[in-house]
Design a protein around this ligand. Sequence first.
Ligand code: AMP
Length: 276
Amino acid sequence: MQEFSESLRLQGQKIAFVPTMGYFHEGHLSLMREGKGRGDCLFISIYVNPTQFGPGEDLESYPRDFERDRNLAESVGVDVIFYPDNTEMYPEHFQTFVSVEKVTLYLCGLSRPGHFRGVTTICAKLFNIVKPHVAIFGKKDFQQLIAIRRMIQDLNMDLEVIGMPIVREPDGLAMSSRNVYLKEQARDSALSLSRSLKLAKEMYDTGERCASRILEDVKKFIEGHSYTRIDYAKICDTTNLEDIEHLERESVLALAVRVSSTRLIDNYVFGDVLTI
Ligand code: AMP
C-alpha cells in the first residue's frame, strides 16, 4: 500500500482518503463523493479497529458486509479499498499508541476510556500507510474530528482534514452503522436525539444564549421518551470541547444517549443549518 501510494505521489497524483469501519450508509458515501472531488484518486479503508472498543462493547457484533461495501464503494468511484486484518495492523509486539490528551477527556472520553487513543492510533497508522494529501471525516463524530485535527497539528502530519455535515435519515435520525441494532419501538425513541437538537436550535434562534436553560429542556425532552438513558448532553466550545455557560463563542450541543442497549451520538453546532 505504501509503495503504491508513493508511486502515485511521485506521479503528482493527489490522494484523497476516507477511513471507515465499513457497513456503509449514505453518510459514508457522502464523504467518498467529497473525496472524489478533492483528489485525483480516492482511497478508503475498511477496518473495525479493536483498540477503539472497550471491554463489553460491540467489537464482535459490529455489522460487517464486505461485498455490499465493495459494490457501494465502486458505485461512488472509489479507486482503492485498503482492507487489512488485525495481524497486519497489530502484529505481535505492537506497543506504540498516539494519545491526544485534553480534548479526549470530556464527552465520549468519559464513558469510553481508551476509545480515542485507539482512534488516533489507527488514524496515525492509516495516514502513514495510505499517505493521503487529504482525509475526509464526518462531523457526526465531532469529538473524533477535533482529536484528529489536534493530532495532525501537534505531530506536524502533512495532510489536510475536511469535516463533512451529518447525513440523516428522512425522519432526522443521524445515519450510523449501529442503527441496525434499533428495534422498532427503540427506533421511535431514537428520534428524540435529533428532535431535541431541533428544539435547542429553535431556542437559540429565538435568542436564548444560556447553556443550562437549553440543556434542561433538551434533557427533559429526551427523558420523556421510553428506553432512553442520557450518557451526556453538553454544550461545549467547538475548539477545546470545554463546557460553556453562555453561547457567545462557536459552540456545539453534543449528545450521547443509550436507547435500549444501543448508544447513539448526535450533535448540532449552533448557527449551522439543521436538515430535519
Ligand atoms: P465509521 O465507519 O462509523 O467509523 O465512520 C467513518 C466515517 O464516516 C467517520 O468520519 C464518521 O464521522 C463518518 N460518518 C458516520 N456517520 C455519518 C453520518 N451520518 N454523516 C456524516 N458522516 C458520518
